[in-house]
Ligand binder design. Structure first.
Ligand code: T4K
Length: 415
């Protein structure tokens, strides 16, 4: 527990944690189950190309979500690429900028122009009113992102897509085991895409899946992820290698057995953060709508610099010095990353909500690798930083100034 400002590691004190605490520490299921599956896989000598575990994983995911088709893919980015291609997206596609850059790259990678749209700053997801304004004759689709597991405005986006005859796809990388109006995410739009990357609620080391209730689309995706094969020696269209391997599916099946436990721990962590940070001025913990099923995989806080007396970046610097590797997901917004920053330098002017939020959000460590005591300590650290915000911010600025002066001194030629 820090009692004086000089106790903070950023000012030379001992770090609160000796080991680094990460945002994306993987959830590991039952090791014996995993090892049994791996041994079985080795005995069968079937490592990839739609083996038994991939088929079982696809069936289990489809059953859990109540969706007709699940196609396991090697990662979420390739899944987005294949889904977009199978849906025939081309020209311009509307998507949020406030997302992980893979959402935009998956489109741009195949020559589709991502048209960045602003988010609703209260819900953090695409603002449907802004979406409609961006539709042009070149628009072929909309990609909504269920950011941090928060469902998009699905009804409104579906109505817009119907009205303008656009394809609607969801990047549900964060939203496995989340729901909207009692229906599992995975059942909306033309297709939805999950990521099972190591940092997600359910992981297959690397992995992803496309889910859809459209049988024709599913068949096309299944073939496209396997080079376009539709039978031995028969290729029906351009395809790629998007297959999930057996060892990944073994990890996914093992994780599925513990999914409820992962969510229970995340919910507990989220409640500990909420209690621990309650009443800290200028700071808000992202609120999940309790009426919706969520996986609580992301604990995001919003820091208002004026009210808190300290900026998000300063809080992050303090936490990093204490070995708490909080992340600015998703700063600075895709539109400020390359190649988009150069290709569309003025687009920020219509993304005021995105730019505003990107300066304020910090995502904190959660998951099964972190203990309740650690979270309480993180909350104490943040509370301490805000309570003494003005003084700490001034001292941090002075330190930066001093470092700049010293560096300039270093680079001066010897007199
Ligand atoms: N759409 C959205 C909305 C996404 O968020 C993502 C991925 C995708 C699409 C694409 O899906 P994939 O193609 O990745 O399946 C991480 C993940 O790599 C990425 O999957 C994820 N979103 C994104 C939000 O976070 P980075 O660059 O922040 O990862 P990195 O290496 O800094 O790891 C994050 C933290 O997790 C670190 O503090 C270290 C810790 N970690 C990570 C790994 C891999 C561990 O403790 N153990 C591990 O094994 O992107």
């Amino acid at each position: 527990m820090k009692t004086r400002i000089s106790d903070l590691a950023v000012f030379g004190g001992a770090p609160c944690f000796s080991d680094q605490l990460h945002v994306g520490r993987p959830n590991i299921g039952n090791r014996e189950s995993l090892m049994r599956r791996i041994n079985d896989m080795l005995d069968r000598r079937w490592l990839t190309n739609r083996g038994l575990y991939v088929q079982e994983f696809e069936n289990e995911v489809a059953k859990l979500l109540g969706v007709e088709h699940c196609i396991a893919i090697c990662n979420g980015t390739v899944a987005l690429e294949i889904a977009a291609r199978a849906l025939g997206l081309c020209g311009e596609v509307i998507l949020p900028s406030f997302t992980f850059v893979a959402t935009a790259h998956a489109l741009m990678w195949q020559g589709i122009t991502p048209v960045f749209c602003d988010i609703d700053t209260k819900t953090f997801v695409l603002d449907p009113r802004r979406v409609e304004e961006l539709i042009t004759p070149k628009t072929t689709g909309i990609v909504g992102v269920h950011l941090w597991g928060i469902p998009c405005a699905i009804r409104e986006l579906s109505a817009i897509a119907r009205k303008h005859r656009l394809k609607l796809m969801f990047d549900a990388a964060h939203a496995f085991a989340c729901s909207f109006e009692g229906i599992a995410i995975g059942n909306f739009g033309d297709a939805e895409v999950f990521s099972f990357h190591a940092t997600k609620i359910l992981n297959t080391f690397e992995g992803g899946a496309i889910v859809t209730n459209n049988s024709e689309l599913a068949a096309k995706i299944r073939s496209m992820k396997n080079f376009g094969f539709s039978g031995y020696d028969e290729v029906s269209w351009l395809g790629t290698n998007g297959k999930m391997s057996e060892i990944s599916a073994a990890m996914g099946l093992t994780g599925l057995e513990s999914l409820d436990e992962f969510i229970r721990v995340n919910l507990r962590n989220y409640e500990v953060y909420r209690c621990g940070l309650e009443g800290v001025s200028g700071l808000q913990v992202l609120t999940y709508d309790i009426s919706r099923r969520s996986n609580f995989q992301y604990v995001a806080i919003e820091i208002d610099e004026i009210a808190a007396g300290i900026s998000r970046n300063q809080v992050m610097e303090i936490l990093w010095a204490e070995n708490v590797l909080a992340r600015r997901y998703f700063y600075p917004g895709c539109h400020r990353m390359e190649p988009y920053g150069t290709l569309m330098p003025d687009v920020g002017s219509r993304l005021s909500g995105t730019e505003w939020l990107a300066q304020r959000i910090l995502v904190l460590p959660t998951g099964t690798a972190i203990q309740r005591d650690d979270i309480e300590k993180i909350c104490d650290l943040i509370r301490f930083s805000v309570v003494h915000g003005g003084e700490i911010a001034t001292k941090m600025k002075a330190n930066v100034f001093q470092a700049v002066v010293l560096n300039q001194g270093d680079s001066c030629p010897a007199a």
